[in-house]
Design a protein. Structure first.
Ligand SMILES: Cc1cc2nc3c(=O)[nH]c(=O)nc-3n(C[C@H](O)[C@H](O)[C@H](O)COP(=O)(O)OP(=O)(O)OC[C@H]3O[C@@H](n4cnc5c(N)ncnc54)[C@H](O)[C@@H]3O)c2cc1C
Length: 422
């Protein structure tokens, strides 16, 4: 991000520890690569002096103050998006290409679509970067030998896509689709309609939940999904952090937090991390004196009313339960695709909800059932002609940034063939 932009968009957020909205705003700004300062209010006097509210229980908290002096009290993300000047309505009544999701796959499709001259719109329900935006360092992405933060990678891609003329609708969620030959209509949650000749679904996956009592209550108040890149700066050297999950995202988070806190514990259901984590991360975890791994273990309960106070971990082999006091639990246990909309319009999904594409749709030499064209589906085309899937949402995808980016670019090549009448 250019320096002048960084400075002009600096935000101060005044709030109390354990505020779910405070977390949501921090997460949004962090992923959007907008520099911000979180000012934690510890008592009524600080609330009055710094935030201009009556006390720490004041419902106007959190308060955001932008560099131009604008003050937003208890703002919605939509209000912040508007304040950043990112809120816009579609400028066209019809596009060549509509992309849903601005993670690595969607952003890549936007760059390639727009640079190939397609009138391209991207609809993103949160902010750019997707899952990648939640990680502090991606170390295996080609061309960045020292690694790059997910938020920075996403911001660069956003800028690149916009420079080529792609339209980005941030904070807007696609909820339903209607498809007819040569035309798709996407309906957004706020009632906006997006009409396009071709569609790429790049909606990735949603974090899988722990499914324990108290999850909703403590979300953003000690319990976080993903690697918690926005939270690391708030951790103290006396903190003990718990991370659930045995994949690379859990490993990355552990290594990141281990630099700033007293201890990091990875809680994993399996007997070891060996099968699930990349060797380079495993080596680092094993050689860190601050990281320990509880294998054959699962979190079975959360304690705390307005803030996480402790977790209960059960050993799956012995049944023994232990209580660990902590204010920090990060859950990195993979994701699930949210593709119910596809079911409604007859687009084929696998049992887990991933969109099936190309050769995986065909039954032996035969085209898929109800496929209306003479040609078989293109490699990344779903069972609906003109609707493509790229990245983690696709059945059989690799679940890596590079492959999502590759699929985004590839999907555009097939979109072009489709639009050319092939
Ligand atoms: C913590 C973490 C660390 C990781 N580290 C690495 C790594 O180091 N290296 C690596 O290669 N991979 C890594 N990965 C995996 C990688 O991030 C994913 O494979 C990649 O982000 C998938 O990209 P995607 O675009 O397919 O989907 P996603 O990244 O999931 O993006 C999907 C986007 O679609 C949006 N969306 C969803 N539904 C809708 C809707 N209805 N309307 C509009 N928008 C919608 C979402 O908000 C999201 O922004 C990591 C993943 C995580 C969670």
């Amino acid at each position: 991000m250019p320096e002048e932009k960084r400075n002009s968009e600096r935000v101060k957020i005044f709030g109390t520890a354990g505020s779910p909205l405070g977390y949501m705003i921090r997460d949004f700004l962090h992923r959007s690569d907008i520099p911000f300062q979180w000012v934690e209010l510890r008592n009524d006097e600080q609330a009055r002096t710094f935030a201009g509210v009556s006390g720490v229980k004041d419902s106007r908290l959190p308060v955001c103050v932008f560099q131009d002096g604008t003050r937003l009290e208890c703002p919605t993300i939509r209000q912040i998006v508007e304040k950043l000047g990112w809120f816009r309505d579609p400028s066209r009544s019809e596009y060549d290409l509509a992309i849903y999701g601005a993670g690595p796959a969607g952003l890549s499709a936007a760059v390639y679509g727009a640079s190939e001259g397609l009138a391209t719109v991207v609809v993103e329900r949160w902010t750019v970067g997707g899952q990648a935006g939640s990680t502090t360092k991606i170390e295996n992405y080609l061309g960045f030998p020292s690694g790059i933060s997910g938020a920075e990678l996403a911001e660069r891609a956003r800028e690149q896509a916009c420079r080529f003329g792609a339209e980005l609708l941030i904070g807007r969620e696609g909820v339903r689709g209607e498809f007819m030959p040569g035309k798709g209509v996407g309906y957004l949650a706020d009632g906006t309609k997006i009409v396009a000749r071709a569609t790429i679904c790049a909606t990735g996956v949603d974090y899988r939940r722990l499914n324990v009592a108290g999850e909703e209550r403590l979300l953003g108040a000690g319990l976080y999904y993903g690697a918690g890149a926005s939270e690391a700066a708030l951790c103290r050297p006396t903190d003990d952090i718990y991370i659930v999950g045995g994949g690379n995202s859990a490993g990355q988070a552990a290594m990141h937090f281990s630099r700033v806190v007293r201890s990091v514990t990875i809680v994993v259901r399996g007997a070891s991390l060996k099968e699930t984590i990349s060797q380079y991360l495993l080596d680092r975890i094993q050689s860190s004196h601050r990281v320990r791994v509880l294998t054959n273990s699962e979190v079975t309960a959360l304690e705390g009313d307005s803030m996480l106070e402790a977790i209960i971990v059960r050993n799956r082999l012995t049944g023994e339960q232990k209580r660990f006091a902590t204010h920090w639990l990060f859950v990195c246990i993979g994701g699930v695709p949210r593709t119910e909309w596809a079911e409604e319009v007859g687009i084929k999904r696998d049992e887990a909800g991933y969109l099936i594409t190309g050769p995986d749709l065909s039954q032996g030499q035969n085209p898929p059932e109800k496929w209306p064209l003479d040609r078989p589906p293109y490699y990344l085309e779903t069972s609906m002609p003109g609707v493509f899937a790229a990245g983690d949402v696709r059945h059989g995808s690799i679940k890596r940034c590079a492959s999502a980016v590759g699929e985004g670019a590839m999907a555009v090549a097939f979109v072009q063939r489709y639009l050319a009448g092939g």
